[in-house]
Design a protein around this ligand. Structure first.
Ligand code: CP
Length: 305
């Protein structure tokens, strides 16, 4: 694997190797401290980010490497009209690996054609976010010890939430996984995920509007933000943005073993009162993201420790 554009490029065996590497990094951080000495990561972020960009940068620093890049399109020559292809061809002359976020779906794939170095999709429009899925998978594995036999609820903006699309695809390959897709009518999972991922592979799923109704059966609850930046009109966003707000009261019927995930940032969809609940895993997920990005950088740069 030279690039990571879509989580489905990785088999479940390859994902397990990455998870095992991340667990070894957690257990033995000093062993990896010089692994990428002399290497440079470029973070090209044409869209805002806190976690993905900074965790990639922290990951490279903790591997002993260096980081260059930009955090908004306006501070790059994209503002003068430079194409993605030319930008990454240029950056490929300076860096050993590129992590790129772009509002246009498919832009990181286009980048792989001219970069000359590995490219990682750090989120492309409403499409995919494979390294968030790596963070999600390590979190599920550390909480549950398995990916099998889980009922996974995904709740909120399932239409534009790119992390949801990548997570459903990845989790659909494990044994006896069921999905409960919780959203308002307007924000349902795109049809291609239903037909090409769930129905094609015979994965059980239900689509419902009520979080309360879904709650008792869930092993994982993956909350998501309504993606304001992808809406065409503000009135629709305002109408839908607070459809789901997870509170301690709504967790009364949940399993004691439930794990609550959220890719973050959150707006209103999880009350801060839930943060102290032992089932809340979303800040553990943030840290797991850094370890999985370290493991991914090692893999793509073919560094063996
Ligand atoms: N989860 C995630 O992608 O967060 P950022 O937008 O802050 O990178």
């Amino acid at each position: 694997m030279k690039n990571l554009i879509d989580i489905m490029q990785m088999s479940t065996d390859e994902l397990q190797v990455l998870i095992d590497t991340a667990l070894d990094i957690i257990a033995n951080p000093k062993k990896y401290a010089e692994a990428c000495r002399g290497k440079k990561l470029a973070t090209l972020f044409f869209e805002p980010s806190t976690r993905t960009r900074l965790s990639f940068e922290a990951a490279m620093y903790e591997l002993g490497g260096n980081v260059i890049g930009f955090s908004e399109a306006q501070s790059s020559s994209a503002a003068k009209g430079e194409s993605v292809a030319d930008t990454v061809r240029t950056v490929g002359c300076y860096a050993d690996i590129i992590a790129m976020r772009h509002p246009k779906e498919g832009a990181p794939l286009v980048a792989t054609r001219t970069a000359g170095v590995p490219v990682v999709n750090a989120g492309d429009g409403g499409h995919n976010h494979p390294t968030q899925t790596l963070a999600d998978l390590l979190t599920i594995y550390r909480e549950k010890g398995t990916f099998d036999n889980l009922t996974v609820g995904v709740c909120g903006d399932l239409k534009f939430g790119r992390t949801v699309h990548s997570l459903i695809s990845a989790m659909s390959r494990y044994k006896n996984v069921k999905f409960v897709l919780i959203s308002p009518e307007e924000l349902k999972v795109p049809r291609y995920i239903i037909t090409d991922v769930l129905e094609k592979n015979g994965i059980p799923y239900e689509e419902i509007a009520s979080l309360e109704e879904a709650m008792p059966q869930l092993d994982i609850l993956y909350m998501t933000r309504v993606q304001r930046e992808r809406f065409f009109n503000e009135a629709d966003y305002m109408r839908l943005k607070d459809t789901y707000i997870l509170t301690p009261d709504k967790l009364r019927t949940a399993k004691a073993s439930l794990s609550i995930l959220h890719p973050l940032p959150r707006v209103n969809e999880i009350s801060v009162a839930v943060d102290d609940d032992p089932r809340a895993c979303y800040f553990k997920q943030v840290l797991n993201g850094k370890y999985m990005r370290m493991a991914l950088i090692l893999k793509l740069l073919e560094v063996n420790v």
